[in-house]
Design a protein around this ligand. Structure first.
Ligand code: RIB
Ligand code: CA
Length: 323
């Protein structure tokens, strides 16, 4: 069934599942600066870029920096469904937040496991009312679907930063990190959820890149959030630029926030996508049937292009609203 597509005016009741992570924190600050459009019910954290204790601390830090201490943060899965855990501290730093000093936030973790939170919240939610944004490995949702398949009833749509096709992978020649870190979870979400899914893969995130001017504009806002985002990008971007020989650094997860606020910035098409979870060179690959050669039912709105300047204008306008 075709979903009701989100528009540039949609108000989302939103849960953000995340593994902060440098770009996750930017995505979270961006989202928390738009309360009139994104009614954030909670953040749920997962192990990914760094272990769970650090992703959960960093998520609470993002709430503190955004002046949104009321948003509950529930810690979730500390390891993938089946595979050996992997991390990306080489990219995001040992603390998972390169470029800035971290501290123990004042706000505590919410009681209870993120998966239990997802199950009870989605069961209680009105039909098709909750948007779930996923910025890390999809382990929490896969576990929730395993425990309570009926929760799909409460979901409006899933918007994921995940996957790669035309761009090639970033953790292997074919796999993107969030999927590679838990391919079995990604497979379960793609095949079992039956919920409208939009994916923002490396195909689009590697086209929306920082520049000195774009980072200087963020720093020039003169507020703490602008300085934090600029410091993160100044530390995070150069290694990505060097590794991929790109003129700027990607802000992967923040494209999910921008899509929720202004989907008209992006272009893609509904296609059939599957995940390769077999051991071997294709482990974690998203097989995206862009030309429909398999004649299988499209299950993902696969985004391949975006207005980079429009993205940075929207990001900067929102970061300006924060403390
Ligand atoms: O491949 C990029 C993705 O992996 C981003 O979500 C980044 O935060 C890491 O989780
Ligand atoms: Ca992430």
């Amino acid at each position: 069934m075709q979903p009701t597509p989100s528009t540039d005016a949609t108000v989302h009741t939103l849960i953000i599942d995340t593994d902060p992570g440098a770009d996750d924190v930017i995505a979270l600050l961006f989202a928390m600066a738009a309360p009139e459009r994104l009614r954030i019910e909670a953040l749920t954290t997962v192990a990914g870029n760094v272990p769970l204790a650090k992703t959960s601390r960093n998520a609470r830090l993002a709430c503190e920096w955004a002046g949104r201490p009321e948003i509950p943060v529930y810690a979730g899965a500390e390891r993938p469904l089946r595979r050996t855990p992997i991390y990306a501290a080489n990219i995001h730093g040992k603390e998972g937040l390169t470029g800035v000093d971290v501290h123990e936030p004042a706000g505590p973790l919410a009681d209870g496991h993120a998966v239990d939170y997802l199950v009870r919240t989605l069961r209680a939610a009105p039909e098709k009312s909750v948007t779930l944004a996923m910025l890390g490995p999809q382990t929490n949702l896969a576990l929730a679907l395993e425990q309570a398949p009926d929760i799909v009833r409460g979901l409006r749509e899933l918007v994921l930063m995940a996957g790669a096709h035309f761009n090639g992978g970033n953790i292997t020649p074919v796999a993107e990190f969030n999927v590679f870190a838990d391919p079995h979870a990604a497979e379960a979400v793609l095949l079992k959820s039956g919920v409208p899914i939009t994916m923002l893969p490396l195909d689009v995130t590697h086209k929306i890149l920082t520049s000195d001017e774009r980072v200087a504009r963020l720093r020039g806002l003169g507020n703490r959030a602008g300085a934090i985002v600029a410091d993160i990008l100044d530390a995070y971007a150069p290694q990505e630029m060097k590794h991929y020989d790109m003129p700027g650094g990607p802000v992967h997860d923040a494209t999910v926030t921008a899509y929720l606020l202004q989907p008209s910035l992006f272009k893609g098409r509904r296609i059939h996508v599957e995940v390769d979870s077999r051991e071997g060179m294709g482990f974690g690959q998203t097989v995206a049937d862009w030309y429909g050669s398999l004649h299988r039912t499209p299950n993902v709105n696969w985004i391949v292009d975006g207005d980079a300047q429009g993205f940075f204008d929207l990001l900067t306008e929102h970061i300006a609203r924060l403390p």
